[in-house]
Design a protein around this ligand. Sequence first.
Ligand code: 6PG
Length: 254
Amino acid sequence: MESQTTVRIFASPEGVIQFAARTLSEICRSRAEGRISVALSGGSTPALLYEHLANEHRSEIPWGRLELFFGDERTVPPEHSDSNYRLALTTLLSRVAVPALQVHRMHAEEADLEAAALRYEDEIRRFVPPGALQVPSFDLVWLGLGEDGHTASLFPGTAALNEESRIVVPNFVPSVEKHRMTFTFSLINSAQRVQFLVFGGKKAPIVREILGSQEGERGSAPYPAERVSPHHGALEWLLDREAAREIRDPGLLA
Ligand code: 6PG
């Protein structure tokens, strides 16, 4: 079943992150008990969201019920300034009452990246219930979008794009000349809900390529982010006006 794709445009980045935070809050409220599994995005965009969650949702979200994972990680130690974990730790995790054992860091700094990826897969399978095809199904996956159309660490032309059986893999990224560790499309597309958080005019061209221009045409090249299409879940593009300035009127995309 094709997932339902919704494009929501907000006047500012604050609108984007407030909607994303409300989404998490609603998911927690919708289920009276049990754990909620969330995959945090990397890059710089989510810092605003994490700070908003720590400032405005510290008491209202049941942090003790969350199992927090990372959609991708750089091959650096957790204290490194490039670490996605460090970004989440400083802006959110150190400020809310999520138990340390429920924060599942990708150990992408390890020399044996393959072994670390396999362990992370096991950890996900232990804490995230399976959906269709026995692939763990996250309640919520937050993603960013690179200007080249990558998401997580699924970059154009890289091996991980073709991975169909694994759910977490190492991935060499020539454009940054480094390995990364990343969710695969199998795992992302098994989620109940996926939200792209994209803001700023720099992303307008790639947003147009993927979502279509004012005239309706879309780019020709299939960008990695276009392969995010949850089998049974909902996909939402949360854009600010700047990132959406080159696309046609959103509405509800089929
Ligand atoms: C990463 C991210 C990556 C990011 C995009 C957008 O580890 O870099 O997972 O996919 O979301 O590159 O990055 P910005 O938010 O910094 O624009």
